[in-house]
Design a protein around this ligand. Structure first.
Ligand SMILES: [Zn+2]
Length: 214
């Protein structure tokens, strides 16, 4: 099935390239095993490009993408999780790209902190890769949600939580689904990738520090 253009066909290739490159890079790192994960990027103010259900993120082509209008229900062939992308783009129009991975570290650390409802990160230099963070002393809060196969209900819970950022910590540009993975975003694909890579690496560092005993 080919791509259908609901909007601005001339801008589609740029969004498609962003999604394809992110999928390939995530696959190379082992973060999207067995066709998992979802990647999306803005085309223009009316629509975004998102990976369709069940495709290998390491070998995406433009035919593996769906053009999803912002003001419409999910297009046929969409992953159920595209609802999480759609809700975030609607609620935060400054979002330029959203990358979702089922990486081992994110899955494990989300599950470990499900009961807390959040993971707080402090004391790591890589926090500074998150936009607006200038010191390792900053406290970063990553929300953690219980996994849920009712994605519409999950999208509602996520939206309500993101609308109320913490008063005593920096809200991470991402959230965890317990035992499932990480969503991260940015104003454009470059920033979304930096946030994804920084958060995932922070999770790996935290897990390593908890198991390392000199
Ligand atoms: Zn997922």
């Amino acid at each position: 099935m080919g791509v259908t253009f609901a909007t601005s066909p001339t801008l589609f290739p740029r969004a498609a390239a962003a999604v394809i490159n992110a999928g390939r890079a995530a696959a190379a790192r082992g973060w999207v095993p067995a066709t998992s994960g979802n990647f999306s990027a803005w085309i223009d103010e009316n629509a975004f490009a998102v990976t369709r259900s069940g495709v290998d993120k390491g070998s995406l082509t433009p035919d593996d993408l769906i053009v999803q209008p912002i003001d419409a229900p999910l297009e046929p062939g969409s992953s159920a999780e595209a609802a999480l992308h759609l809700r975030l783009y609607r609620d935060a129009p400054e979002t330029g790209a959203i990358f979702h991975v089922h990486s081992p570290a994110a899955s494990v650390i989300g599950r470990a902190h499900a009961r807390d409802g959040a993971l707080r990160i402090q004391g790591w230099e890589l926090e500074k890769a998150l936009s607006g963070v200038t010191t390792h002393e900053a406290v970063i809060e990553v929300p953690v949600f219980d996994n849920d196969q009712d994605v519409e209900a999950l999208a509602e819970r996520v939206a309500r939580r993101l609308a109320e950022p913490p008063h005593d910590a920096v809200a991470a540009p991402g959230y965890l689904l317990a035992g499932h993975g990480l969503y991260a975003w940015g104003r454009d694909a470059r920033e979304a990738w930096r946030h994804l890579e920084a958060l995932e690496t922070l999770f790996q560092q935290i897990l390593a520090s908890r198991s390392y005993r000199p």
